[in-house]
Structure formats: C-alpha cells, structure tokens
Design a protein. Structure first.
Length: 467
C-alpha cells in the first residue's frame, strides 16, 4: 500500500462494530510520547511562522512613516493608499509562491524548501530596512520596495503552508491538531511584539531620529531572527511521510525501469488533476478563518478608534490582550479537534462565528474599554473554535505526494481573497452605511456561505487518516 493511499482498514484503535471505511478515534496510547525530534520540528515551525508574520505585521505598523519616505505626497491619504497597494501585492502573489515552493517541497522535500523560504523572508525584510528613500533615490526607491514585497509574498506563500505541513508530518497521529495549532498560534504574537518594539523605539528617540533611521531597526533584525530559525531547523530531519513516499517512488521506478517517467512527475499538474475539489474546499474553509484573523489583527485597532472613540494606546492594548488570548486558545481548540474531529469544529465554529459576530462588533464599538475587550475576546473565542478544525484540515485532507503544493496554493488563495481584503471591506461598509457594526453582517454572510459550501461539497472528516 503506498503512502498516498488513505487506509480505511480497521486499526487497533477502531471501535468494535464500526462501519467499513469509517475512521474512528485511534488508540489513545498510540504515539502518545513526543520525541526530541518532534519538539525540534515544532519549535522550528513555530519560529518560522513567527518570523513570517512579524515581517508582515511590521510593514503595516510602519505604514505612516513608510508612506512619507517612499510615497511622498501633499495628501497623506494618497501616500497611505499607495503604500497599502504594495501591502496587497504581497498577498496576491502568495498563491504563486505556494505553487512554486509547494511543487519544490513535493519534489525535493519539505525541510529543504523551508530553509529557502525562511532565508528569503529574512533577506527581503532586512532589505527594506536598508533601502534608500524617495528623497535620496527618487522613483527607484518605491520600485525596490515593491520588488522586496514581492519576494516577501512569494516566500511567505511557501512558508505559510510548508511549516504546518512539516510539523503535521512529524506529529503523533492523535496530536496533529495540537501540533499544527501551536505552530499557527505563533502567527498572533508577531503583531504584539512588533507593536511594542516600534513603540519602545518611538519613545526612546525624537521624531526626527526615528524618521531618519529609527524605523529601520525593526526591519534589520529580521535576518538575525531568520538565521536563528535556520539554526533550529538545521537540527531537524525530513518528515517520515516524505521519506517513505520518496522510497516507494524509487522502488516503483526500479521495478518498471521507468525513472524518466517518475522524473517527469509534476506536483502542480497532479494537484490540480486529482485534488481540485479538495483545493476548492480548502479555499473557502481557510477563507473564513483568514477573514476572522485579519479583522482581529488588522482591523480592530483602527476600528475601535474610529467607531468606538477609544485612543490609539487603548486600541493597541486591547488588541494585544486579544492576540495573546488567541495564542492560548488556538492550541486548546486544536487539542479538542484531535478528540472530537475536524468537521464538528468546522461546523460548530462557523455557526459560532455567525452567532457572535453582531454582539462582538457591538461591544467593540461601545466606547467602553471593558466592553470593547469583551467584544474582542468573544470574537477570538469564535475564530479559535473554528480554527480547531480548519488549520489541521487544510493539510490533512491531502495525501503526501501533493500535500505541499495543494495546501500551499489553496491556503494562500483563501487568504488573498478574504484575508487581505477584510480590513478594506470593513472600512468600506462602515463608510457606506454609517453603521459602526455593519462589518458584522459581512462576517455572518461569509460564515453562512461557508456552511452551505461545506454541505454542498461534502467536506470530509479527516481526523486519523493515515496517508
């Protein structure tokens, strides 16, 4: 039996009397020990996710000073819009990066590709910190900024799905959800760390010094951070699932003397040919969580200031606590998903998001700090509930042979369509309707559409599948 065949045979953990083809909870004693290598992989994956999202968060948090330095304009709003256009560029090239690095990962191994993506992210972000400004270099400055954003987006397209896939393939079968969600929880901390770093620098120097060189410091530490991540990953091994798949392919080639045909194997072509329905499922399943995450991390800070009349310091503090809560609750939800399955978490989570959206946004715009905190925590609870299913599902649903390619492309497409656009849509709705909590109706609509799509396409239960 090959590794990309999903076994439906009864295992020692299958409950007596189970139906043929049904995957039940496995023996709780199976793979319960966590090895030193698994811990290293988990740490390496989490560090990579932290660095990737640190770099993205840094760009948004530095928007005002970057727009003045690279897109100078008499109209500050025009400069910001130009800067945010380059922010969006990185999101929309991520699916392309997913295809490029996903295909490489399915050919040469996850570990090798993750070395490339992490190094590229660190180099590109540090490069931004070294760029000449418009004043010294003219139009070449914003052009170079866009090029480095493209490199960030392409490499993030591989890192964002590659690191969770690598962790997933090393994880004990009955702890996949916990392992993957710990890795993904690391995406919430960079916003807090970057915000406090910039805040510390801004109060440590005058505005002239910060504009002249202080803003560069957070960007310049990206490469040292990446090198730390590479050092950790250097102590890991290729995933057992990939090594087994490579061994079986080599044996098949030897048996039929068809090495040339094996060499022609195209993960991209095979992913779209065999996994097209699963990839569509992942796009809308991950699109909902992407929208939720970027409402939380990219929209609530300005939202509570403009619609809730709170100060910038209050907004940052509230969002910092909310992101910390996300970091704690997401692994807990992943562990619950390991026990009850991915589908219950997906369905229950989507319903919870729809039910809590209006109360959450009403509280966030209340003008009261305690109530705004409660609103953000309600929203965190809902998206973490959903995250207990989706973050493992998007990897687990694909087999080893094309997992990296399929997961990376569909994950990043979902994030580009609904994640990168969430702050813009939220702002546009409030401006158009003059109803402060109107983004809640958008959240409800997407959650309900996701539930319908899951029912129509028959999103499967994937917990415990061995492939």
């Amino acid at each position: 039996m090959t590794m990309n065949h999903i076994s439906n045979e009864a295992s020692p953990g299958t409950r007596p009397g189970g139906h043929a083809g049904e995957i039940h909870a496995f023996d709780s004693g199976e793979h319960t020990g966590i090895t030193r290598m698994q811990r290293r992989v988990l740490l390496g994956g989490s560090v990579g996710q932290f660095i990737e999202f640190y770099d993205f968060a840094l760009y948004g948090l530095s928007a005002v000073v970057l727009s003045a330095l690279f897109f100078p304009s008499d109209n500050q709003l025009a400069g910001l819009l130009a800067l945010f256009a380059t922010f969006g560029v990185a999101f929309f090239v991520r699916p392309i990066g997913g295809l490029i690095f996903g295909s490489l990962g399915d050919r040469i191994g996850r570990r090798n590709v993750l070395v490339i993506t992490l190094l590229l992210i660190g180099v590109a972000t540090t490069g931004i910190g070294l760029l000449p400004t418009f004043e010294t270099a003219g139009p070449i400055a914003p052009i170079l900024l866009v090029l480095l954003r493209l490199v960030q987006g392409l490499s993030a397209g591989g890192e964002s799905a590659g690191a969770p896939s690598f962790v997933f393939e090393h994880a004990p079968v009955n702890r996949r959800g916990l392992f993957v969600n710990i890795t993904l929880a690391a995406t919430a901390l960079p916003s807090v760390a970057a915000a406090f770093f910039i805040f510390f620098l801004s109060i440590s120097m005058n505005d002239e010094a910060f504009t002249a060189w202080g803003w560069r410091v957070p960007f310049l530490i990206a490469l040292p951070l990446a090198l730390v991540g590479l050092w950790i990953r250097a102590k890991t091994e290729e995933s057992p699932a990939f090594k087994e798949m490579a061994r079986e392919q080599a044996e098949q080639a030897a048996e039929v003397a068809a090495e040339v045909e094996v060499a022609k194997h195209s993960p991209v072509r095979e992913a779209f040919r065999t996994n097209w329905l699963k990839m569509i499922q992942v796009v809308f399943v991950m699109g909902l969580t992407a929208m939720g995450f970027y409402f939380l991390s990219g929209y609530f800070v300005p939202f509570v200031q403009t619609s809730g009349n709170l100060s910038r310091d209050q907004a940052l503090l509230l969002n910092g606590f909310a992101m910390l809560a996300y970091t704690v609750l997401l692994p807990v939800a992943g562990a619950i998903g390991d026990r009850i399955g991915r589908r219950p978490m997906l369905i229950g989570g989507a319903i919870t998001i729809a039910v809590l959206a209006i109360p959450s946004f009403l509280l966030v715009t209340s003008g009261s700090v305690p109530l705004a905190m409660c609103g953000q925590l309600l929203f965190v609870l809902a998206i973490c509930f959903y995250g207990g299913g989706c973050y493992t599902f998007f990897i687990e649903v694909f087999d080893t042979k094309t997992r990296f390619t399929s997961a990376a492309f569909s994950y990043n497409l979902g994030y580009a369509l609904l994640g990168g656009t969430a702050p813009f849509v939220g702002t546009a709705l409030v401006n158009a309707t003059e109803v402060p909590f109107s983004p809640a109706f958008y959240v409800i609509g997407i959650a309900l559409l996701t539930l319908v799509a899951m029912a129509i396409t028959k999103v499967p239960e994937t917990r415990g599948l061995r492939h």
